[in-house]
Design a protein. Structure first.
Length: 225
């Protein structure tokens, strides 16, 4: 594990604040996937901050519900911080001094960073309906034989997904206005009951460890169960 985060909530809160405060002004310089950071990580941090504040507001009146919400917020947010730490460790633009300032450890001293190619192919993917108003996006390298494979091209860190629920097929990629980032197939979309029966449109592209992106796949559609 790239970063051993404390099991104690109070120390975890300090650790994540230090990391986020250092990363935020360096998202571009460090090639952190901006849509993932701004639309996924920062909202999760905001949810954690609110839950942690409520948990500490008045311990004498702390309810099981407040404790549950605090634990749920950390369960959602902590894997994102760990993923972010792994990105930082593998990024040659992030110095050893930068890592030390965030108490992020795991890089071997004198590590050599081989050339990482810019992705040139597109992910193969399929969208599968699942229980609970969910859609699963299974993706793998284009030249891999098995559709169930989670193999990624050399140097690829994950996929960027753009998506939207639309009444009519999109005219271009710009119609897909929401984005997400994922490193391990499958990616799960979870919807509310009112979305059932609507159509989700999705496109994917690879992104390497330097934040460089490949071409977009074709747009696929799936009906939300």
């Amino acid at each position: 594990m790239a970063q051993t985060l404390s099991t104690k909530d109070a120390q975890f809160d300090i650790e994540q604040r230090v990391i986020i405060s250092k990363v935020t002004p360096n998202v571009t310089a460090w090639s952190i996937p901006e849509p993932w950071f701004s639309s996924t990580v920062l909202p999760a941090q905001k949810e954690w901050d609110a839950a942690w504040e409520a948990y500490n507001a008045n311990p004498a009146e702390r309810t099981q519900r407040i404790t549950f919400l605090k634990n749920a917020a950390r369960e959602l947010y902590e894997p994102m911080i760990r993923q972010l730490c792994n990105m930082l460790i593998g990024n040659p633009n992030v110095t050893d001094a930068d890592l030390e300032s965030m108490s992020v450890y795991g890089r071997r001293q004198g590590k050599h960073y081989p050339h990482v190619p810019i992705p040139t192919d597109v992910p193969d993917f399929r969208i599968e309906q699942a229980l609970g108003h969910r859609l699963l996006v299974h993706y793998h390298a284009h030249d891999h034989e098995s559709e169930s494979s989670v193999a990624k091209p050399h140097g690829v860190h994950g996929v960027e997904l753009i998506h939207s629920i639309l009444d009519t097929p999109p005219a271009s990629y710009s119609d897909l206005t929401k984005s997400a980032f994922d490193t391990a197939s499958p990616y799960t979309f979870t919807f509310d009951l009112p979305d059932a029966g609507k159509t989700l449109y999705v496109a994917l592209r690879w992104e390497n460890t330097r934040g460089e992106k490949g071409p977009w796949s074709d747009i696929q559609a799936a009906v939300i169960p």
